[in-house]
Write a protein that binds this ligand. Structure first.
Ligand SMILES: C[S@@+](CC[C@H](N)C(=O)[O-])C[C@H]1O[C@@H](n2cnc3c(N)ncnc32)[C@H](O)[C@@H]1O
Length: 368
């Protein structure tokens, strides 16, 4: 993934002032501007009318919760990735979803999307890193199902809300039919490990050396997605009919995303692809730009105007089926992170594709 063209090389060598004072203030505003409570009109936020959960509800947010982008759904992970993938999975008849888990739930809006999509849920588990985040996420799931049918309400009230790293809180559980994860990509440097300081949206505690992640996957900044797959397999959290959905910003080649599943012992396919406005752009594009300047990447971003045009009249599953050709069509608009950061600071709205990969366990025979 070294820069391939002269233009890419010169851009990734150009130093962007990533840590200037005004930049730190902008990052601070992005990550620490937390409301305690937000009101959600389901249809306005998720873009469709609800079928099983409440039309309107309040979400509580702890100061460490990842913020749902209620006023800008184009920038929200659950709206652009999770809901599209759940609907494609359900309408594609990929499998019945009775036991569902989500890893890194944030405010719980992904679980609410699952309740609205999968009619037969009988057991739900949700995890995140901090007690206060997971407590408020559970209360949000309960709040969004107050008027729901008895069985949905019962499962929501009984949802297991667990704290801890990746799939560790689920170790020992029965296999799930579907696991969803949307974990961050940018490792924090060794000196910045205080994740209690604001939302942990785009970064994670950097030292995963004990997890023995293959070099190509670390270099693509996809470590947590790989570790999640490995843990799901080794903790026995999936059976042969189960699927794990990895929700990943398409800032690296599709082949690299599929490689994550392959080396973790899974067969991966791209279920859905959509686009998303880059949330917390100073922090996230800045994080990628720093890694580019250290020789990784290039990472892929686009002006949102180009993404909006390319995705018009398409569906998430339709783009998923033709993803390689589709991404090739976006090439003339592609920016590396250093260039995207510059454009963002000039006032251009920057986005990226969001890819949901569906992975199933390789049979023991295939793994030999
Ligand atoms: C990009 S946010 C997504 C949140 C939510 N799924 C959404 O779409 O709104 C990533 C989430 O993963 C959580 N997270 C980060 N590192 C984690 C880890 N090692 N184990 C579990 N959760 C983690 C963060 O706290 C955050 O809530």
């Amino acid at each position: 993934m070294a820069p391939t063209t002269t233009a890419e090389r010169s851009l990734s060598q150009a130093k962007v002032p990533i840590a200037a004072d005004n930049v730190e203030t902008a990052k601070d505003r992005e990550l620490h501007n937390h409301p305690k409570k937000v009101h959600v009109e389901f249809e306005q936020f998720y873009g469709i009318a609800p079928t099983h959960v409440d039309r309107r509800f309040d979400l509580r947010l702890s100061h460490l919760s990842y913020l749902p982008k209620i006023n800008n759904p184009h920038a929200d992970w659950v709206v652009t990735a999770a809901l599209n993938a759940f609907r494609a999975y359900q309408s594609g008849g990929f499998g019945n979803v009775h036991r569902f888990a989500t890893i890194g739930t944030g405010s719980g809006t992904d679980v609410i999307a699952a309740f609205d999509t999968f009619v037969g849920l009988s057991s739900v588990a949700m995890t995140d890193m901090h007690e206060e985040v997971i407590k408020t996420a559970k209360s949000n799931v309960v709040s969004a199902t107050e008027k729901a049918q008895g069985c949905i309400r019962r499962v929501a009230l009984q949802a297991a809300a667990k704290v801890g790293d990746l799939l560790l809180p689920l170790k020992g559980e029965e296999p799930f039919d579907l696991i969803y994860e949307n974990l961050p990509n940018i490792p924090l440097p060794g000196t910045m490990h205080d994740l209690r300081d604001g939302q942990t949206s785009s970064t994670y505690v950097g030292d995963r050396s004990a997890d023995k992640v293959p070099r190509s996957i670390s270099a693509a900044l996809l470590e947590l997605h790989y570790i999640c797959l490995v843990q799901a397999r080794s903790f026995g959290l999936l059976n042969t009919n189960s699927t794990i959905l990895s929700s990943i910003g398409g800032r690296v080649p599709i082949e690299t995303i599929l490689e994550v599943a392959d080396v973790a012992g899974f067969t991966g396919r791209i279920l859905t692809v959509w686009w998303k406005e880059q949330s917390e752009p100073e922090s996230v594009i800045g994080g990628y730009a720093e890694h580019e300047q250290q020789g990784l990447g290039p990472f892929h971003f686009y002006p949102t105007s180009a993404l909006e045009r390319a995705f018009s009249n398409r569906t998430p599953a339709g783009v998923g089926l033709h993803v390689i050709e589709f991404v090739e069509g976006l090439l003339p608009h592609r920016l590396n992170a250093v260039d995207a950061l510059q454009k963002h600071r000039e006032g251009v709205k920057i986005g990226h594709t969001v890819v949901v990969m569906a992975s199933v366990l390789k049979s023991a025979q295939c793994q030999r």
